[in-house]
Design a protein around this ligand. Structure first.
Ligand code: AMP
Length: 529
């Protein structure tokens, strides 16, 4: 056990070390290749976005937006912030006129700075900001009349209420943009799609991404605060069920290729704006009748989002939920036809699925098709992938109303966990792929041998071998000992004798067999073992 380090990674985030990182690379590479064959191209997205992007798309009421985002105000004006803080430094007293004068001076300076900031764009030119700064200026005029030097005749409580008002108004001014680490990437893909006018591109726009997401959740196995997703989205004017089925097919091909164990596809349709609102009301009405039997979370969801009640894992709620009205029986004709065709299209592709009427997904923007894939070895956090259709999202974020969308996000951490549990550990090291260690440990002895070794290492690496070249000269025994501990396949030894003879000594470390070879012989020897 290593000594406790002074600095440790913060709660819910972690380092991914070798050899596990090799497995990550293998998974990501497989995704690139499989998605590529379906005509998807990579989009690289920023990790920072405006809070508003997610508030608008995911929904203000969701846990992700209301509690879990890592958000901050991004301002370029530390001097403004410092000036604002001076208003809270010392509460002025009418007994000490200089304090009142100093406070007034600070308010005046701050207001002027904010007025300038609004003009130059140093602080955001929002209507709220304009009103707040005007308010500061007009209150300052009032205040100056009331507390005019040299006569500070105002009473203390009058002064107190001015001070409070100045402090609160100044604090409400947004000095910069409200930014957040992204909690997911679908909204970012849609933002980029709109921002770059991708609707003019021919056919469907098919994009994939991979990278870290951030949510302040309670960490546990398979749930982290910085976690990774590999996702894909199809954006375009068509909502043909064949698109839904092909996206799912692509996922299943990837999981097959990675040999993911026990992958089960769950499928549902949650209707659209024509039929879902009526269903939600029906659900709410039924839930009201059983309110007393539900836990606190579900009681709250009756008001905020009744669909989320269906997500509940609480044992005592299960029999109650089983009796609730089901969305499948409440779909409008269009949604029913769409859902039936998705299922038929999956059948054409030989993809097995399990219908799950309770699969509603946590994010507000989903409609019609929703799906989830679970795998073995993950305990309670067994969903490795979630996805669905979100036809209204592009319009909601200011894009063309005709653009439809569908996509998914794989939880890479969980996918990797499941592969590890099933014994699909790290990929073997080195391009030759034969062992954990280097192909060649190149032991050199003497200054002239080092020169030769540097050249030989370069030629071996160019040929794709993994070469470990000691940076400093070591004693023979120590050097070969290190080769063993690094689990090298071969030690190649270059000393004065070898140099003089124009050869190298090659030792196979698994059995100690040793031979003397020319460089050309060495390459063919390494090539065939
Ligand atoms: P979502 O973006 O919530 O639809 O999640 C899609 C997938 O991302 C889930 O099925 C999980 O595999 C994964 N995921 C979501 N949240 C976390 C988390 N906090 N830690 C690890 N994986 C997560």
């Amino acid at each position: 056990m290593a000594e406790k380090a002074k600095f440790q990674a913060i709660k819910g985030v972690r380092d991914i070390l070798p050899p596990e990182s090799a497995l990550w690379n293998r998974v990501e590479q497989a995704a690139r290749e499989v998605f590529g064959t379906f005509g998807f191209a990579e989009i690289r997205l920023p990790i920072l976005e405006h809070v508003e992007l997610f508030a608008r798309s995911i929904g203000e009421e969701t846990d992700v937006v209301s509690k879990e985002m890592y958000r901050f105000e991004d301002y370029e004006s530390p001097d403004l912030d410092a000036q604002r803080k001076t208003l809270s430094l010392r509460h002025p007293s009418v007994e000490r006129p200089f304090e009142v004068r100093f406070f007034a001076h600070n308010v005046d300076v701050l207001t002027t700075m904010m007025e300038d900031g609004l003009k130059t764009g140093q602080i955001p030119k929002t209507p709220e900001n304009r009103i707040l700064v005007l308010e500061l200026r007009s209150t300052f005029y009032d205040f100056s009349k009331t507390f005019a030097p040299p006569d500070y005749k105002g009473v203390q409580n009058r002064l107190d209420s001015y001070v409070k008002h100045f402090q609160e108004t100044a604090l409400a001014v947004m000095l910069g943009d409200q930014l957040t680490l992204r909690p997911e990437a679908t909204a970012s893909v849609v933002r980029a799609y709109i921002e770059h006018g991708m609707q003019v591109l021919p056919g469907n726009v098919k994009l994939y991404y991979m990278g870290p997401m951030f949510r302040r959740e309670r960490p546990q196995k398979g749930r982290y605060r910085q976690f990774y997703q590999i996702g894909a989205e199809v954006l375009g004017s068509s909502d043909a069920p064949g698109i839904d089925a092909e996206v799912i097919e692509m996922l299943m091909r990837l999981f097959e290729r990675l040999k993911l164990k026990g992958a089960v596809l769950s499928l549902n349709s949650i209707g659209d704006k024509n039929c879902r609102p009526a269903y939600v009301e029906k659900l709410r009405a039924e839930l009201q009748k059983v309110r007393e039997q539900l836990g606190a979370d579900c009681q709250r969801r009756i008001e905020t989002n009744p669909l989320r009640v269906l997500d509940s894992k609480l044992e005592h709620e299960q029999p109650i939920i089983e009796k609730l009205p089901r969305i499948a029986e409440n779909l409008c004709a269009d949604c029913r036809a769409h859902y039936d065709e998705v299922k038929r299209q999956l059948g054409l592709r030989g993809i097995a699925y399990k219908e799950n009427w309770r699969l509603v997904r946590g994010l507000d923007y989903y409609m019609r098709t929703t799906f989830e894939i679970t795998a073995t070895g993950l305990g309670s956090q067994n969903a490795v992938c979630g996805g669905g259709r979100y036809d209204g999202l592009v319009e909601l974020l200011g894009g063309p109303a005709t653009t439809k969308g569908i996509g998914f996000a794989i939880g890479t951490d969980r996918l990797i966990l499941s592969l590890q549990e099933a014994g699909e550990g790290a990929a073997p090291g080195g391009p030759a792929g034969k062992a954990d260690g280097p192909d060649v440990y190149l032991a050199w002895f003497g200054a002239a041998a080092q020169v030769a070794a540097i050249g030989l290492a370069r030629r071996l690496r160019d040929a794709g071998f993994v070469v470990e070249l000691p940076a400093v000269e070591m004693k023979f025994g120590k050097s070969l000992g290190l080769a063993d501990r690094l689990k090298a396949l071969h030690a190649v030894i270059v000393g004065d004798d070898e140099l003089a003879a124009g050869i190298v000594t090659v030792k196979r470390l698994s059995d100690g067999t040793q031979q003397k070879l020319s460089e050309q012989e060495l390459f063919s020897y390494l090539g065939v073992v």
